[in-house]
Design a protein around this ligand. Structure first.
Ligand SMILES: O=C(O)CCC(=O)C(=O)O
Length: 287
C-alpha cells in the first residue's frame, strides 16, 4: 500500500485513473479565470518565447522566437509560460488541482513544463496520437499500483462540445500497453478505441505520460485554446529548465520554489533523489 498523506480523489476517480488512465475535472477554472487566461494567451503570442521550429530543430525541441502567428485564432505552441505573468506561477500549485496531483504522485515531485497550445480551425491538420516524454519514456510504463512518473494537467479555455473541434483524444486503458514502435501501427485520432473527449471551458484533463493521447482535427470554425502543466518525480529532469529556475524565485512561495528546483542549498551529490527533510510538509502546505 502506498503511503498517502493527501487523499483527494474519490473512489470513482481512483478507479477511472487505474482503468482508463485519465480524469476530467469539471470547472477546474472559473469562467473569470478562463477569460483571464484566454486574454493572456492572446497577449503572449505577440511576445518572444519558445516555439517549435520545424526544419530547424528536431521534433519536441523549442527555439526562442520573436512571436507566434499574430492572428489570435492562429496556431500557437508556446512553452515556458511562467515568466509572462504571476498568474502562471500561481497556477503551479492551485489548491484543488495540485492537491489531486499530490494524491496521485506523492510529495516527491517537481514542476516540469508549462505550455499554451492554440489549435486553429483548419482543414490541413489531421491530429495525432502519442505518449509524452520522447523515445525513452514511451518505453517505460508503471503498473496500476505505482505512482506515475509524470502527469500533465490540460486546462481547456474553449468549449469543446462536438467532435472534430480539436478535442483532446485518448485511448482509454492504453497507459498500460506498449506504445507501437512501427509507424504503421501508431493509432490516429479516429482509430478504433480512440475517444474524442468533450468538455467545457474551465474543465481540466489529468493524465500520465504513458496514456496514448493527442489532438483531433479542428473543423469547428473557432480556435481551441489550452494551457498544459506537467509535473514529474523529483529524480527526473524537468522539460523546461536545466537547472533550478532561480530567475523566478523571488516571485514564488517556498512551495513553488521547491517545485522549481530550489532545495535550499547549492547542488550536492544525492540531491533530487533524496529529498530535503521538509519536502512532505512543504508539499502538503504545512511548512
Ligand atoms: O493539443 C492537444 O490537444 C494535445 C496536446 C498534447 O497532446 C500534449 O500536450 O501532449
Amino acid at each position: 500500500m502506498l503511503a498517502n498523506t493527501k487523499r483527494i480523489l474519490t473512489e470513482e476517480q481512483r478507479e477511472q485513473w487505474a482503468v482508463d488512465g485519465y480524469l476530467q475535472l469539471r470547472g477546474a477554472l472559473s469562467p473569470a479565470e478562463v477569460d483571464f487566461f484566454s486574454a493572456q494567451l492572446d497577449r503572449v503570442r505577440g511576445e518572444p518565447g519558445y516555439e517549435p521550429a520545424p526544419g530547424r530543430l528536431p521534433r519536441g525541441h523549442y527555439a526562442w522566437t520573436d512571436h507566434a502567428d499574430l492572428a489570435v485564432d492562429g496556431f500557437m505552441d508556446r512553452r515556458d509560460l511562467l515568466g509572462y505573468h504571476q498568474s502562471f506561477i500561481d497556477l503551479i500549485d492551485r489548491p484543488r488541482v495540485f492537491d489531486l496531483i499530490l494524491d496521485l504522485m506523492g510529495p516527491f515531485i517537481q514542476f516540469s513544463m508549462s505550455q499554451a497550445i492554440v489549435r486553429a480551425s483548419t482543414d490541413t491538420f489531421p491530429g495525432y496520437i502519442h505518449t509524452d516524454g520522447g523515445e525513452a519514456q514511451r518505453a517505460i510504463r508503471v503498473t496500476e499500483t505505482s505512482r506515475p512518473l509524470a502527469v500533465k494537467v490540460m486546462y481547456l479555455l474553449t468549449d469543446v462540445t462536438e467532435p472534430d473541434s480539436g478535442n483532446f483524444t485518448v485511448l482509454p486503458g492504453s497507459h498500460l500497453r506498449p506504445f507501437p514502435e512501427r509507424a504503421e501501427r501508431i493509432p490516429g485520432p479516429t482509430s478504433p478505441g480512440a475517444v474524442p473527449l468533450l468538455g467545457r471551458a474551465g474543465d481540466a484533463y489529468v493524465f500520465p505520460h504513458a496514456l496514448w493521447h493527442g489532438p483531433s482535427p479542428n473543423h469547428s470554425g473557432k480556435p481551441r485554446k489550452t494551457i498544459l502543466y506537467n509535473y514529474c518525480q523529483m529524480f527526473m529532469r524537468p522539460y523546461d529548465f536545466g537547472a533550478p529556475y532561480a530567475r523566478l524565485f523571488d516571485r514564488c512561495t517556498p512551495r513553488q520554489r521547491r517545485l522549481l528546483g530550489d532545495l535550499g542549498h547549492d547542488f550536492r551529490p544525492g540531491d533530487f533523489f533524496y529529498a530535503p527533510e521538509d519536502q512532505e510538509a512543504l508539499m502538503m502546505g504545512a511548512a
